[in-house]
Design a protein around this ligand. Structure first.
Ligand code: F6R
Length: 367
């Protein structure tokens, strides 16, 4: 059948200026060539890009596609709940797969406290002259309760233990209810038998602070260094009072507290009461010198800090991220604090592997 073409279209075709039907603005020949090129590229590279994206998602989630069999055992929620079922300790030195940063996702804050206390008590049994680095704040209170209970039950002896607190406010007397010496007395020392001369705090009153901060470090060295450093973490990532921008190599010194930390702690001060803005604190370098670090975070308000500390870049702007540089850190997070972690499945399966290898006796050091 004869097809009659619109004369204007014939003229446009003759001059090579015919419009492309699928690109209203384009001219037919070069537009068609462009469309064909784009279509071919999309067909060739589209599936490839989709596969790469899916693979990356699996890597990030630590999960595998549906239907694929994995040799990774599913994490047992109850695997963590038994007394003494916590991770490695100084009493049970393990190396290899369990070294580095370990994440323990606990059922709740109480379980985190029990597991941390179990670690400390196991280490104490193995080394009666254990040296502990200790924080204050709401996070470690549950741990301290367990330690006091263990002492009261005759299961723990602290008579040869040395303790070094992370920090103390400047110019707040020991009898002030907000001083960290007061806090420690109330929550731990009044209920265990650490001799008074073995309890150490960074200097917080008087002069010559630089020299006395250096002496604090020397005292830690003299007793053999810190075996276990217990840590909480501020919402801005501070550990001790190492506020954002603290040098990752810092040692014990005076620090100015940030507005955010002051606001977070304002709840402890009465209306109109003066709140200290300076404190002495172990440095990040001091903390990283400890043989083993136990970090605890509880509650939704710590969720962003937890994600940044564990999965973010190492940065002095987020001091807790420096813990990634330590060879033996165990982090205990309750579900709310762990909410924003991206690799939760991976952490669970890693923990399940570790507990299985431990139960099989394959991680214990050979004598
Ligand atoms: C205090 C200390 C701080 C706290 C942190 C979290 O000695 O070391 O770094 O661990 O401010 O405080 P809480 O536990 O009250 O949320």
């Amino acid at each position: 059948m004869l097809r009659v073409m619109d004369p204007s279209r014939l003229r446009a075709r003759a001059s090579g200026r015919e419009r492309c039907p699928c690109c209203p603005d384009g001219l037919a020949e070069d537009a068609r060539a462009r469309c064909a090129g784009l279509l071919t590229a999309a067909l060739l590279f589209g599936p490839l890009l989709l596969m790469i994206w899916l693979q990356r998602r699996r890597d990030v989630d630590g999960t595998r596609g549906p239907g694929r069999r994995s040799s990774v055992p599913a994490a047992e929620p109850n695997a963590l709940s038994g007394r003494g079922s916590g991770g490695c300790s100084a009493a049970d030195p393990v190396a290899g797969i369990t070294s580095g940063v370990k994440i323990v996702l606990t059922g709740d804050g109480a379980e985190a406290a029990r597991l941390v206390a179990d670690e400390i008590l196991a280490a104490l049994r193995a080394k009666p002259n254990l040296v502990l680095g200790l924080p204050t704040g709401s996070t470690p209170i549950g741990v301290y309760e367990h330690l006091r209970a263990a002492y009261a039950a005759g299961e723990a002896d602290f008579s040869r233990v040395h303790t070094f607190n992370l920090d103390e406010y400047l110019d707040l007397p020991a009898e002030h209810p907000q001083s960290y010496r007061f806090f420690m007395q109330e929550h731990l020392f009044s209920g265990v038998n650490v001799p008074a001369e073995n309890i150490h705090f960074p200097p917080s009153e008087g002069d010559d602070l630089v020299r006395r901060c250096a002496e604090y470090e020397e005292t830690i060295e003299r007793v053999g260094g810190i075996d276990i450093m217990l840590l909480g973490m501020g919402r801005n990532g501070h550990i001790g009072f190492n506020e954002p921008t603290s040098s990752l190599a810092s040692r014990t010194r005076v620090k100015t507290l940030t507005r955010r930390t002051l606001d977070d702690n304002a709840r402890f001060y009465a209306e109109g009461e003066e709140q200290p803005v300076l404190a002495t604190t172990m440095g990040i370098g001091t903390i990283l010198d400890a043989r083993k670090i136990l970090l605890q975070a509880i509650g939704a308000k710590k969720a962003r800090a937890v994600q940044a500390a564990v999965e973010g870049p190492v940065s002095s702007f987020f001091p807790a991220s420096a813990l990634q540089l330590h060879p033996d850190v165990t982090c205990y997070f309750d579900p709310e604090a762990a909410e924003l972690l991206r690799m939760k499945d991976y952490y669970r399966s890693t923990r399940a592997h570790e507990l299985r290898l431990k139960a099989e006796g394959r991680l214990a050091a050979r004598s």
